[in-house]
Design a protein around this ligand. Structure first.
Ligand code: ZN
Length: 214
């Protein structure tokens, strides 16, 4: 299954061999699939980049941070999966529109603002709106003693990333993805363009989006 050759390889015979290995694995998965009512098979073809497959959905494994997602989408990626939102939650980290906050830091011990202002996840949403209305201070105190802190942050982080992908889809459909990217980086780095990662600026320039212009 996991026959990954160098993505820049020009050896199409080798790419085809890897593809057939993936397809044989799929045949075995279908034969072993016992619970179609509660499990889905997610098929991917590994093996290399073939420009003849431009019309197929592109799936990027193990990515990633929110800035990785917004840039990869601009470069043509459609789907992602990653352990990061839940793994980083176990270290007390909250993913927010202004960056990742470590809520185990004592500076949050009496910070009674939501994990991420305006977030509509069940943890951040006010109790008056049917949510838990949890504060950064609450997570700080829970996370140091209970694994429940990691669970709550996982719920927030996964919601943040799913909602980010929803906002990305809306921006693309409405034809304003370049503006979305500029605003996203502006918020994430508090308008400080000298802090933008060089790889993101360069990658987006390659598809005609200049983060440095206003
Ligand atoms: Zn939230």
């Amino acid at each position: 299954l996991d026959d990954v050759i160098a993505v820049t390889s020009p050896d199409f015979a080798r790419i085809e061999e890897a593809m057939h290995r993936s397809v044989r694995w799929l045949d075995r998965c279908i034969a072993a699939h016992q619970y179609p009512e509660r499990q889905n098979l997610f098929c991917i073809v590994q093996g290399g980049l073939d420009l003849d497959l431009q019309k197929k959905p592109r799936y990027v494994m193990g990515v990633g941070y929110s800035e990785d997602l917004v840039v990869s989408v601009a470069l043509g990626a459609d789907m992602f999966d990653c352990v990061w939102p839940t793994r980083t939650a176990r270290f007390g980290n909250a993913v927010t529109s202004t960056g990742t906050l470590n809520l185990r830091h004592s500076s949050y011990a009496s910070d009674f603002s939501p994990i991420d202002e305006g977030c509509t996840c069940v943890c951040c949403k006010p109790a008056s709106a049917g949510g838990l209305g949890l504060t950064r201070a609450c997570i700080y105190h829970v996370a140091s003693k209970e694994t429940a802190g990691a669970h709550l942050l996982s719920m927030h982080n996964v919601h943040y990333l799913l909602n980010l992908m929803r906002r990305i889809r809306e921006a693309i459909i409405e034809g304003r993805y370049p503006e979305f990217l500029k605003k996203y980086f502006g918020t994430l780095y508090a308008g400080k363009k000298d802090r933008y990662p060089g790889w993101a600026v360069t990658a987006l320039q390659g598809v005609g989006v200049d983060l440095m212009e206003d």
